[in-house]
Design a protein around this ligand. Structure first.
Ligand code: LRH
Ligand code: MN
Ligand code: MN
Length: 430
């Protein structure tokens, strides 16, 4: 979607400066026993998926303010995703959400992705909304889906998930992510134990339908839309459920789905140790499921999450292969700009985690040298790895400065001429 010559010309202007910064960092890392080339290679191999729904402007319960050139459908969304990949070479896969992205011609969708240089990541089911236009969905999810008291609603929700697997197969996906809004708004409204049992039973049926090699991701969330209790509210419920559902069931950690102050990096370590860490939805937050841009509020936490991931990778935990994805909502920025920036921030956290001096860290931990252990981590976190990230992009034919090239390309202006202006308006409460 972005002219390669434009990227090459912009890179040519910045190449000498990048080389100087990269060489300086190489010397610094070399003194610390770190080979910069190994880090750059790892960053080049790193990818984080983009959610199809992320390229449209998000909204809140109060209002939505769409920007120019909003994607009209999944094919427009794929084009926007391709822009992000062209410029960053960090987002080779797109995650679809059904029925939002469901089209008659799923094979055509797969082909469109391929023509744009994109593959498909985990697909997401949606039983947190009713599907009034779909004759297969006569029943409402107002009081739950996979854990509903009515077996007919549970069956409908199971069938939707089975359909999502079928659609996912057509685009070469190999995982289904299930997040449900099931829960309660009043004490006494739901029977905690029975609702959980019903959820597990429904998910066992979905698990039974998984093709060979597929994973089933269970995404927990503490609250919203249910504001008193949620059926899969935290990693404990998620792990209990995954262990009961079957071997392909894994826990997915969306960074925004926890109570404030929860130690997410420790959850990561626990799930990895249990062999059930499925993947991530990266975003950032200050209060709840804010869905702010990854790394924009608490980059240190993002680094600490990757510190655990790199540690788990080094320890060679069996079957350790978490799926990485962004899941954020852009209310006041151009979604393409936010997603490019966030993908780079996630890669930054990975690169910082890779340069942690793990031998020293082990030593300080064993000797209970608190200050030096903490400083070992901080030293990696405070190292500016920007030249590594930029060099990795340049070597893959992407932009040294993706944002500048994107703005100069005029992409948003061009698509705004083709795509009709989207109307804003009230959110759910207006
Ligand atoms: C729920 C969630 C989940 C949904 C997406 C739209 O808050 O994180 O991943 O599928 O948002
Ligand atoms: Mn999510
Ligand atoms: Mn969320």
């Amino acid at each position: 979607m972005i002219d390669q010559n434009r990227i090459a010309a912009a890179n040519a202007r910045q190449e000498a400066d990048l080389r100087a910064d990269y060489d300086a960092l190489a010397h610094q890392l070399d003194r610390r026993g770190v080979n910069i080339e190994r880090i750059t290679e790892a960053v080049m191999a790193f990818g984080v998926a983009v959610p199809s729904w992320g390229v449209g402007t998000g909204g809140t319960r109060f209002a939505r303010f769409p920007g120019p050139g909003e994607p009209r459908h999944i094919f427009d969304k794929l084009e926007d995703c391709a822009v992000i990949q062209d410029l960053t070479a960090t987002t080779p896969r797109v995650s679809l959400h059904f029925p939002w992205d469901q089209v008659e011609d799923m094979d055509g969708l797969f082909e469109s992705g391929r023509a744009l240089g994109l593959a498909f990541d985990a697909v997401n089911s949606n039983t947190f909304q009713d599907h009034p236009a779909d004759p297969r969905h006569p029943l409402s999810y107002k009081f739950g889906s996979l854990s509903h008291t009515d077996p007919a609603v549970r069956q409908q929700a199971v069938e939707h998930n089975v359909l999502c697997i079928e659609l996912g197969r057509k685009v070469g996906a190999n995982a289904l992510t299930v997040w449900i809004g099931d829960g309660s708004n009043f004490p006494g409204q739901a029977h905690f134990a029975r609702a959980f049992e019903r959820y597990v039973e429904s998910m066992q049926a979905v698990h039974g339908d998984l093709p060979e090699g597929w994973k089933l991701f269970l995404e927990h969330k503490i609250h919203e839309p249910a504001f008193y209790s949620t059926v899969i509210q935290d990693w404990g419920s998620s792990l209990m459920a995954a262990q009961a559902i079957g071997p392909a069931a894994h826990c997915l950690v969306d960074l925004g789905h926890h109570a404030p102050n929860v130690n997410i990096e420790m959850i990561v370590a626990r799930l990895a140790a249990a062999g059930r860490l499925g993947g991530f939805h990266f975003n950032d937050s200050k209060y709840g499921d804010d869905d702010l841009d990854a790394g924009s509020i608490d980059p240190f936490r993002l680094f600490l999450v990757f510190n655990e991931l790199v540690d788990a990778e080094r320890r060679g935990l069996a079957g350790f292969a978490p799926a990485y994805m962004l899941d954020q909502s852009h209310n006041v920025t151009d979604p393409i700009e936010s997603l490019m920036t966030s993908a780079i921030e996630v890669a930054r956290a990975y690169a910082q985690a890779l340069i942690v001096d793990r031998a020293s860290l082990d030593q300080h931990q064993e000797a209970n040298d608190v200050m030096l252990a903490a400083q070992t981590l901080k030293r990696a976190f405070t190292t500016d790895v920007t030249p590594i990230l930029a060099m990795a992009r340049a070597r893959k034919g992407a932009a040294i400065d993706p944002l500048a090239v994107y703005r100069a390309s005029g992409y948003r202006r061009q698509v705004a001429e083709i795509r009709p202006a989207a109307k804003g308006g009230g959110g759910g409460i207006v």
